[in-house]
Design a protein around this ligand. Structure first.
Ligand SMILES: Cc1ncc(COP(=O)(O)O)c(C=O)c1O
Length: 388
C-alpha cells in the first residue's frame, strides 16, 4: 500500500536538530565522553514535597477517572492566586484559566481555535519551534519577526509593515526568551498591547521562563499591562520552575474567549491532565518557593562558569538575566551548524545551532546550563583546546 502523509506534514520545516542528534550518537558510539548542553531539560529531580503530593494523590481512586476538560477547579483557583501573588493580576479562575498538559500542548492547539487557512501568524525568529509548526498544522502562514541583537532581541514593532499588521491574526511573543535569554519590560508589553488592539491581533505570550531568573530580577507578565486581557492569552509552565518537564503540567490565562476557544479544541482532542498531577501542581504553586530560589542559585553559579569561560575564549556572550540558556555568537566565517558540528566532533560538547530556531538565529549557538559547574568548566577547557 502506498501510504502518503497529509500535505500539512509536508509543509512543516525540516527538523534541523535531527542531523546533530545522529552525529551526537555517532560520536558517543566512538566512546567519547559527551557533555550535552543541547536540550533545555533540567538535570535536577522534582523537589521531594511535590513527588510526595503526587504519591498521595495517586493513592486516591478519585484521581483515576477522566479529569475535567478545563482542569480541576482548585488547580485553576491556585493558578489564579499565584498570578495575583506573583504579578498582581486578577483572574476569574473558571473563565480566564485553563489547565494544560504542559504549555507545549496549549501552544500547539491554540492556532486550531483561532487561525483559519491562510491567516498570518507573526512568530519570532529565532524561537521555540512549536509556534511555527502549530501554525502550519492549522493551515496558517507563519511570518517571522526577526529578533536582532541591536533591538535587545525584541521584535522591532515600529519597523513592522502596516499591511502585514493589518493581515495578521496572531502575534507570538516569548520572554524571558528561548533561545536568546532576552527579557522584555512592561514598556515593551504596553507597546505590544497597543499594537494588538489597533490592528485586532491576538497576542500569545509564552511565559514558560518567568521564574527562572537571577540577581534579584523578577520578569514581568504580559498580563500586567492595560488592555492585555482584551487581546491576549499567556501560557505558563511548571516544567522548568519545578523540574517537572516529564509530568506535563502547565496552564494558560487571559482573555475568556481565547481561553474558551482553546478549551473547545482540547475537548475534541485530549481528556485533560491527570488529576493527581494537577494536585501535585497545586502543592508546587502553594508550598514554599525556596526550591525555586535554590535552583536559580544553582543555575546562576553555572552561568558564571560558562559565560566567563566563553568570554575568556573571545566568544561574544552576554550574561543572561533569566532562563537557563546562554546565547553565544559564532566566530566569524562559520555557520552555526558548522560550529556546533565542530564542538561536537572535536570536543564532545553538544550545543544547538541558532539556525535551528529560525533563520534569524544564524550566527549563534545555544548552550543549556543543564550540567554541573565542574562539567561546564570541562566543556570550556575542551573548547579552549580547539583554539577557536
Ligand atoms: C519557550 C518555551 N515554551 C514552552 C515550552 C514547553 O514547555 P512545557 O510543555 O514543558 O510546559 C518550552 C520547552 O522547552 C519552551 O522552551
Amino acid at each position: 500500500m502506498n501510504i502518503e502523509r497529509a500535505e500539512r506534514l509536508q509543509k512543516l520545516p525540516p527538523y534541523l536538530f535531527q542531523e546533530l542528534d545522529r552525529l551526537r550518537d555517532q560520536v558517543r558510539a566512538r566512546g567519547v565522553d559527551i557533555i550535552d548542553l543541547g536540550v533545555g531539560d533540567p538535570d535536577q529531580p522534582t523537589p521531594p514535597h511535590i513527588i510526595e503530593a503526587l504519591n498521595a494523590a495517586a493513592q486516591d481512586p478519585r484521581t483515576h477517572k477522566y479529569p475535567a476538560y478545563s482542569g480541576l477547579s482548585r488547580f485553576r483557583e491556585v493558578a489564579a492566586d499565584w498570578y495575583k501573588r506573583r504579578f498582581d493580576v486578577d483572574l476569574i479562575p473558571n473563565q480566564e484559566v485553563i489547565t494544560l498538559i504542559g504549555s507545549k500542548e496549549g501552544l500547539a492547539h491554540f492556532p486550531l481555535a483561532f487561525v483559519n487557512p491562510g491567516d498570518v501568524v507573526l512568530t519570532p525568529s529565532p524561537a521555540y519551534p512549536v509556534y511555527k509548526g502549530s501554525t502550519i498544522l492549522a493551515g496558517g502562514v507563519p511570518v517571522e519577526m526577526p529578533l536582532r541583537k541591536e533591538n535587545g532581541f525584541l521584535p522591532d514593532l515600529a519597523a513592522m509593515d502596516s499591511a502585514l499588521l493589518q493581515k495578521a491574526k496572531v502575534m507570538v511573543i516569548n520572554y524571558p526568551n528561548n533561545p536568546t535569554a532576552a527579557c522584555a519590560d512592561l514598556e515593551f508589553y504596553e507597546r505590544v498591547a497597543a499594537l494588538a488592539k489597533k490592528h485586532e491581533i491576538i497576542v500569545v505570550s509564552d511565559a514558560a521562563y518567568t521564574e527562572m531568573a537571577y540577581d534579584g530580577y523578577r520578569p514581568p507578565s504580559f498580563m500586567q499591562v492595560a488592555g492585555a486581557r482584551e487581546v491576549g492569552i499567556e501560557f505558563h509552565s511548571l516544567s522548568k520552575t519545578y523540574n517537572m518537564t516529564g509530568w506535563r503540567i502547565g496552564f494558560a490565562v487571559g482573555n475568556a474567549q481565547l481561553v474558551a476557544g482553546l478549551g473547545q479544541v482540547k475537548s475534541q482532542i485530549d481528556s485533560g491532565a491527570f488529576d493527581a498531577v494537577q494536585l501535585a501542581g497545586i502543592t508546587a504553586l502553594t508550598a514554599s518557593q525556596d526550591c525555586v530560589a535554590q535552583m536559580n542559585q544553582l543555575y546562576a553559579g553555572r552561568r558564571e562558569v560558562l559565560v566567563k569561560g566563553l568570554q575568556g575564549l573571545g566568544l561574544e556572550v552576554e550574561r543572561p538575566k533569566a532562563t537557563f540558556y546562554v546565547w553565544c555568537g559564532v566566530p566569524a566565517g562559520q555557520t552555526s551548524t558548522d560550529f556546533c558540528r565542530k564542538l561536537l566532533e572535536e570536543a564532545g560538547v553538544v550545543s544547538t545551532p541558532g539556525v535551528g530556531f529560525g533563520s534569524a538565529g544564524e550566527g549563534y549557538v545555544r548552550f543549556a546550563l543543564t550540567v554541573d559547574e565542574a562539567r561546564l568548566q570541562e566543556a570550556v577547557d575542551r573548547l579552549a583546546g580547539l583554539g577557536l
